[in-house]
Each structure stands twice: as structure tokens, then as C-alpha cells.
Design a protein around this ligand. Structure first.
Ligand code: GLV
Ligand code: MN
Ligand code: MN
Ligand code: MN
Length: 410
């Protein structure tokens, strides 16, 4: 078949998405597949087998990133990389990450069926720990791939139970031996659900992603004073939770003022008890904007709020930035390749920016990179209710196919 008319097999992609959703399926129809867990091992094993069956070689790096390589006609050229991630949030859906990884597999199968060999080799990638819910930071594998962290730095990080990344990789058999970044790529393309409401609201099938928000993660602690809930008068308390409540409102205000978004997503009261005034709290902040300046201004506002609340309430507050990724602008030629593939296929599209962080944002620091978005129902993601249409997933995979064909050459 001529490559210009080629279409992926939508039913096969849909079956793969739903078959793999059984690894970590939740009663509410979502997926809980924390990175490097037993469920992650199962989906990785499935993915490895499927890639081998599609004729790829599968390689694994020191942080468990998986590379499925399909030779081209000119194997001196670096491969065009495409893919996403297979880990999920604790209450994740069936599409976040999975769509982009399985659509990449579907692209290879489609090329196999049509007997098409590209000029440059192709490489499907499953990045380790995109989500960041078990180990921080998010997009850990791709960040180390582009040299933001050393493998040693990441391998020593621990989850809440004290398990290190190194131990977790070893326990599921995915601590590979390729050095980080050793497998050079010519470029990278990631298909993903939008995770927001814009495409659906505007009846567009494809989002041509031009860039993405920058992000800062903070770890915080508040040290108040634990005391008797009945016998301590209100005026004499140093309540860590009340200090955090005020800080949470200040974080909201800073985000609104700077047209950004910010979230306190984790809170833990140490030794919590119904009749003890909270003494010690740990918490997190996730702050994002398309503008570096807004990230800086929010940082200033958070610090000012911390100083004021701590002094007035007589508590200690520590706020430590643990991860910062500047806003992303994708490569103009790659973005144009996505736009052209979409218009050639006749899909309604619009340019869009990403609210979520993605492995592609890291890759763009090293190689030309672009992303393709498809709509998801009501813009819901990071939730078991996450949903997407078979036709939209297929459209995204077709745009991925034709973008990759253009970039790799046929
Ligand atoms: C990753 O899922 C993010 O938080 O954007
Ligand atoms: Mn994702
Ligand atoms: Mn996610
Ligand atoms: Mn994400």
C-alpha cells in the first residue's frame, strides 16, 4: 500500500488499550499502576513481548526506560523516537501515557503489515516514572536521559516506604545496562490525550502542541506545637494545620494573580489524632505557568506568605523547591510536520499548549520534539473517570504515523 494512504488499525489499538488496562485495573474502571510496581512489571512484560513480536529489538537503560528499535534503510541515522509512558497515577485512567505508547506500537505494526521500511530507524520509548506519584520528580526517566539528573542521583530516591528507585527497578527486573542518554535520537514525537477541555469544547480532533507549561514542585514542612485539643485555649495554640490552611489560600491567590495554576496535592499530619492540636505537617506544592516570570513571581509570593504566616502564628515553615522545569517551546519544524499530517488526513485541528508536563518537554531540551493531542471526555484526567473515543485515539495514531513517516523518510 502507498504510504500516503496508510491508516493504523483502530480496532487493534483499541483492544491493546483495553487489554493492558487490566494490569492495575481499579473497581471504578480506572488504573492504578504506580511506576516500578508489580503491575508496572506486568505491563512492561506485555509491551516487551509485543515489541519483540513486531520485530523490534528491546533495550533497557539504567533507569528502566525501554527502547524498542526498528531498523531503517540507513541505520547510521539516529532513530526517530516516539512513545510515552505506561505508569499511572494512584487513581489514573486508561489513556494517560498508555495511548501514546501503544499508538507507537500500532504504527510499527501498521508499517510491518504494509511492508514499509523507513529511511531512518524508529524507536518506541516507554519512559520510566512519568507520573511522579511514587518517586519525585515526575518525568524522571526522560529528565535523566537529557542529562538533567545523573542516574546515581535518581537511583537513590525513595518512595514513602523507603524503597529506593534502584531496589524497585531490581525487584521487577528492569534495571538495564544502557547508560542514560547513550541511545541517541534524531527527534521525538509524543501522542497524548489533552487532559483538559479545549479540544472537546471546540469540536477539534487534533491538538497541534506548540509548547507546555513550566513547573515547580516544593516539599514543605510546618512545625507548630502539638497540644491538648480540649485544654489549650485557641489564643495559645500553634496549630500547624491552621497555618497550612492560610498558606493554601495564599497559594491559590498567587496562582490567580499571576494567571497560573498551583495545587497543594499532598498533606500529612504527623501522629494525627482527633484530640491533639496538629503539631507537625508535611505537604507539597505544584505550581505551573507558560511564563518563567510567573513561576518566579509565584515563588516570591509563596515565600512572603510563609514568612508572614510563620511569624504571626508562631510556627516554623520550610518550603524547599525540589524540581523545576522551565516552560517548553517545541521545535517549529516538528510542530509543522504534525500540523501537515493532520491537515493531509482531513482532521479538524488547532494549535494548543500543554497544561500537563510530559516526557516530550524534557526531550525538547536535547532533540527536535513535538506532541499531538486528542480530546478526552469533559477534559478529565488524573481520575478513574478519564475517557476518550476510539475514533479520536485512532485519529491521533494516524497523525503520529504520518508525522513519523515524514520525519524518518520513506
Ligand atoms: C504529569 O502527569 C503532570 O503532572 O503533568
Ligand atoms: Mn501522561
Ligand atoms: Mn499523568
Ligand atoms: Mn503527565
Amino acid at each position: 500500500m502507498a504510504s500516503s494512504n496508510l491508516q493504523i488499525d483502530s480496532g487493534r489499538l483499541w483492544r491493546d488499550i483495553h487489554d493492558t488496562a487490566k494490569f492495575g485495573a481499579t473497581p471504578k474502571g480506572g488504573v492504578k499502576r504506580l511506576t516500578l510496581s508489580e503491575e508496572d512489571k506486568k505491563v512492561r512484560d506485555w509491551f516487551r513481548e509485543a515489541c519483540l513480536a513486531a520485530g523490534c529489538e528491546v533495550h533497557v537503560d539504567e533507569l528502566g526506560d525501554m527502547y524498542a528499535l526498528r531498523p531503517g534503510r540507513d541505520n547510521n541515522r539516529p532513530p526517530i523516537g516516539f512513545g510515552s509512558h505506561l505508569d499511572t497515577q494512584p487513581t489514573g485512567g486508561k489513556y494517560d501515557g498508555v495511548l501514546g505508547t501503544l499508538a507507537a506500537l500500532e504504527v510499527i505494526r501498521t508499517l510491518n503489515d504494509a511492508g514499509i521500511v523507513t529511511e531512518a530507524p524508529l524507536c518506541i520509548i516507554n519512559w520510566t516514572n512519568e507520573e511522579g506519584s511514587r518517586f519525585a520528580p515526575a518525568t524522571m526517566g526522560s529528565a535523566a536521559y537529557v542529562g538533567e539528573y545523573t542516574a546515581e542521583n535518581i537511583l537513590g530516591r525513595r518512595d514513602v516506604d523507603g524503597v529506593s528507585v534502584a531496589a524497585a527497578l531490581e525487584s521487577i527486573g528492569y534495571r538495564g545496562n544502557e547508560a542514560m542518554g547513550a541511545r541517541k535520537l534524531g527527534g521525538f514525537v509524543e501522542l497524548h490525550i489533552e487532559q483538559g477541555p479545549i479540544l472537546e469544547a471546540e469540536n477539534k480532533t487534533i491538538g497541534v502542541v506548540e509548547g507546555g507549561q513550566g513547573i515547580v514542585w516544593y516539599d514543605g514542612t510546618i512545625t507548630g506545637f502539638a497540644s491538648h485539643a480540649g485544654a489549650t485555649p485557641m489564643a495559645l495554640r500553634h496549630d500547624a494545620l491552621l497555618a497550612l490552611s492560610e498558606l493554601a489560600l495564599a497559594v491559590e491567590q498567587a496562582a490567580i494573580t499571576h494567571k497560573a495554576v498551583a495545587t497543594i496535592g499532598e498533606i500529612k499530619i504527623e501522629n494525627a489524632s482527633r484530640n491533639v492540636v496538629p503539631g507537625d505537617i508535611t505537604f507539597t506544592i505544584d505550581a505551573r505557568s507558560l511564563l518563567t516570570e510567573a513561576l518566579d513571581k509565584m515563588d516570591k509570593a509563596f515565600k512572603a506568605a510563609v514568612a508572614e504566616i510563620a511569624a504571626r502564628r508562631g510556627v516554623g515553615i520550610e518550603l524547599i523547591p525540589i524540581w523545576r522545569k522551565e516552560p517548553t517551546i517545541f521545535n517549529a519544524d516538528y510542530v509543522e510536520a504534525v500540523a501537515q499530517a493532520s491537515s493531509k488526513l482531513g482532521y479538524a485541528s488547532r494549535r494548543i499548549t500543554s497544561g500537563a508536563i510530559h516526557d516530550a518537554c524534557n526531550l525538547s531540551m536535547a532533540v527536535p520534539t513535538a506532541m499531538i493531542f486528542v480530546p478526552c471526555k469533559d477534559g478529565i484526567s488524573h481520575n478513574e473517570l478519564e475517557d476518550a473515543k476510539e475514533t479520536d485515539c485512532a485519529a491521533g495514531a494516524n497523525v503520529l504515523l504520518h508525522t513519523v513517516l515524514k520525519l524518518a523518510g520513506v
